[in-house]
Design a protein around this ligand. Structure first.
Ligand code: PA5
Length: 427
């Protein structure tokens, strides 16, 4: 569910009339997206995942790992954030502890490897290209740490990668179980594929319910923003960006969705930041950031839209009654009611100050809900990309850095590495 009411009242130029006119462009963009999906074109194919993903294959690949104490995912960017988002949304203290090696900070990696019981750890290595330096380096380090601890690392590793690349070679050489990254699915659109679902399978979440949630959003895609919540969000954020809302602060009112804001930041920035356009994602958490960032969002530059996300239902907890003067208003209420009041107050306070905000709601943060959110936001991003006429599924700036890093370490002749080497010489 997406509510755009507070963009019409707040943003000059964003009128019902403008949305009506945008709707005909949404119809054209939807046709393009449909064609891309039908032809399984790169990027658009991600929207077919609710139909194409084979959840049984994923469950079978991790079947042999019996209830591990810890799961280390070695991957970066789109090869880590989807899994981390699903896991953060669904995990409870009785699930395995999960760690994401999506950086190569030696301090952090030493601390982790010195602390956890590697014998009771599953290593989930993910790289679409199979060549990403950070991922390969971290995998080699984890592998060595396991060997040093007399753990048969190859029995405790599952790999997700493409048909070629160093990671595939490594997996083949050691006969590791491999899940294949589907064709046409870029990293940041891969949460609902083998890439994002292996951790969910290891944790025993209901993969089919995640996919069903995504499928229910897919069913709502249509040629009108008035019928499709995902397209409504994509079109509205595009219209707002065109009128100066160059920052999109995503603020879930649910700790379980804090990581969703992290995932959203990658999706939005890497997909839409092209050709001098784009909308900078900011991450916030309600109600916590009402006591920090909200000041800026309500009274700072008029260059933002705030996206407020919440589940309609969640487990609740009563606030104890008290006869302390001044606190009796809390007694008899619940934490959930307080959080709902905070959410609505933020929405109203932004609107009263003429600041555009959009409400996104799901029924609850469960498998189905997270599937809906991930799919809906991907479709929204693709719609935005179509309207802005950018190449949503490429990431040349990211690739530049990847080639430079590999080249600097002697992993190939790359002109990007030469540019960095020249700069080093100047310093
Ligand atoms: O979205 C993207 O394309 C990137 O964030 C990649 O996911 C990231 O660079 C990791 O790439 P790979 O999966 O090839 O290791």
């Amino acid at each position: 569910y997406v509510d755009l009411g507070n963009i019409l009242e707040t943003t000059p130029g964003v009128t019902p009339d403008i949305l009506d006119r945008l709707d005909s462009r949404v119809a054209t963009a939807h046709d393009r997206i449909q064609t891309g999906m039908e032809n399984e074109e790169h990027g658009y194919a991600a929207l077919n995942l609710p139909e194409t993903v084979d959840t049984d294959e994923i469950k079978t690949a991790v079947d042999r790992f019996d209830d591990p104490e810890s799961i280390i995912t070695v991957g970066i960017g789109g090869s880590a954030l989807g899994a981390a988002t699903i896991d953060a949304a669904l995990s409870t203290p009785d699930h395995a502890d999960t760690y994401y090696l999506d950086n190569v900070d030696p301090e952090a990696i030493n601390a982790l490897l010195e602390t956890i019981d590697l014998e009771d750890t599953v290593v989930n290595v993910v790289s679409r290209s199979g060549t990403t330096a950070e991922t390969l380096a971290n995998f080699l380090v984890v592998q060595e740490a396991m060997a040093d601890a007399d753990v048969e690392w190859s029995d405790r590793t599952v790999v997700t990668t493409g048909d070629e690349g160093n990671l595939r070679d490594l997996a083949d050489a050691h006969d590791l179980p491999v899940l294949r990254v589907p064709d046409g699915v870029p990293g940041r659109f891969s949460a609902l594929s083998t890439v994002g679902l292996a951790v969910a399978a290891l944790q025993g979440y209901d993969l089919d319910a995640i996919v069903e949630g995504a499928a229910s959003e897919a069913d709502k895609l249509s040629g009108s923003l008035y019928d499709s919540p995902a397209y409504a969000y994509g079109a509205a954020t595009y219209a707002l960006a065109e009128r100066g809302a160059l920052t999109n602060a995503l603020m879930p009112y649910s700790e379980d969705l804090e990581y969703f804001a992290e995932w959203f930041a990658q999706l939005w920035a890497e997909s839409l930041g092209k050709d001098g356009v784009g909308q900078t994602p900011a991450r916030a958490l309600g109600a916590t950031d009402q006591h920090s960032q909200l000041q800026l969002y309500r009274a700072g530059p008029r260059d933002k839209v705030v996206t407020l996300v919440r589940p309609r239902n969640r487990r609740d907890r009563q606030i104890p009654e008290t006869d302390l003067d001044g606190l009796s208003y809390l007694g008899g209420s619940s934490l959930g009611e307080l959080l709902a009041a905070e959410f609505e107050a933020t929405e109203a306070s932004l609107a009263a100050a003429g600041r555009p905000n959009i409400r996104i709601e799901i029924d609850r943060v469960d498998e189905r809900g997270i599937g809906e959110l991930l799919y809906g936001m991907e479709a929204a991003c693709i719609m935005y990309g179509e309207l802005a006429n950018v190449s949503t599924f490429t990431q040349p700036a990211v690739e530049w850095g990847k080639r430079a890093a590999r080249g600097l370490l002697g992993g190939g002749e790359f002109e990007e590495a030469a540019a960095v080497a020249d700069k080093r010489e100047l310093l």
